[in-house]
Write a protein that binds this ligand. Structure first.
Ligand code: SF4
Length: 276
């Protein structure tokens, strides 16, 4: 194709790498290029019924569940053969099938689990665990029909090095993020952010509009800018997750909700996030 005059000048990758700041970041991520991720729904059951659940709003709920340990072992071995090195185990709710999680972990030891955190996943399953948080306990009761959910989640995963709590911004819970963050950090929990991505056909109040997305960016950007001024973000800075990186996650997910999870290095451990 003939370049047009209005086209920006072509930039070669080597030109970018010539910049020290870019090269440093490139070196940091490229050691993870061996990761090839794939996502699996472990069960079609869940112990909660959340408003706007992506699983139960769509066709997935009608899939036939296969709970056979040997079938999963075979699947994982086949996946390894085709080059998969990192699994994301989701659901409905994966904590309801701990025997399958154990098999997957035995075959493919890198990965993460997306869970509602209501039931603790055995410590022998060493994947990262992403616990979905949709607001404070009052909001969770209203939207997820679970009493004292945050209390339960914290009780299960307090100071668990596998656990990352994922606060999902909906149109309704933006103002609650500060109290939830303060509580989680005070309890020794790691926190990151996500944004609610409305399933096709869902018309309920959790859906974002332009105004709520802007408001969601408010708290999120303030995480970044207020790192030095807000006490709980000072606390977050004590964790091995730099706060701005968590915010970057939010930005990426807000642009690419429902696409492949992002993977990066948190203090030498693998972590990723997807829609929860
Ligand atoms: S916990 Fe997850 S899978 Fe279960 S109903 Fe809620 S959103 Fe759906």
């Amino acid at each position: 194709m003939v370049p047009r005059e209005t086209d920006p000048p072509a930039v070669r990758f080597s030109d970018l790498l010539a910049q020290e700041a870019v090269r440093e970041r490139w070196e940091k991520v490229r050691r993870y290029f061996f990761l090839r991720e794939s996502t699996y729904d472990m069960s079609n059951r869940c112990n909660l019924r959340c408003e706007g659940c992506y699983y139960y709003e769509g066709e997935k709920q009608f899939a036939v569940e296969n709970g056979q340990v040997e079938a999963w072992r075979g699947l994982m071995r086949g996946e390894k053969e085709r080059g998969i090195t990192y699994v994301v185990l989701a659901g409905a709710e994966p904590s309801l099938v701990p025997e399958l999680l154990a098999v997957c972990y035995g075959e493919m030891p890198l990965g993460s689990i997306a869970t509602n955190g209501f039931r603790k996943i055995p410590e022998s399953v060493g994947y990262k665990i992403h616990i979905s948080v949709w607001g404070n306990d009052e909001t969770s009761y209203r939207v997820r029909k679970a009493r004292d959910l945050l209390k339960k989640q914290v009780g299960n995963y307090r100071e668990d090095p596998r656990a990352v709590f994922v606060y999902t911004f909906t149109r309704e819970n933006i103002g609650e993020v500060y109290e939830v963050a303060e509580r989680l950090v005070g309890e020794g929990c790691q926190l990151t952010f996500n944004v609610f991505s409305s399933p096709v056909g869902y018309r309920g109040p959790l859906r974002h509009d332009e105004e709520s997305l802007l408001r969601a960016r408010g708290p999120c950007w303030s995480c970044w800018s207020a790192t030095r001024s807000r006490s709980y973000f000072q606390l977050i800075m004590r964790w091995p997750i730099p706060t701005p990186r968590a915010c970057t996650n939010f930005i990426v997910v807000s642009i690419r909700a429902r696409t492949a999870p992002r993977i990066w290095d948190w203090g030498g451990r693998f972590a990723n996030t997807g829609p929860t």
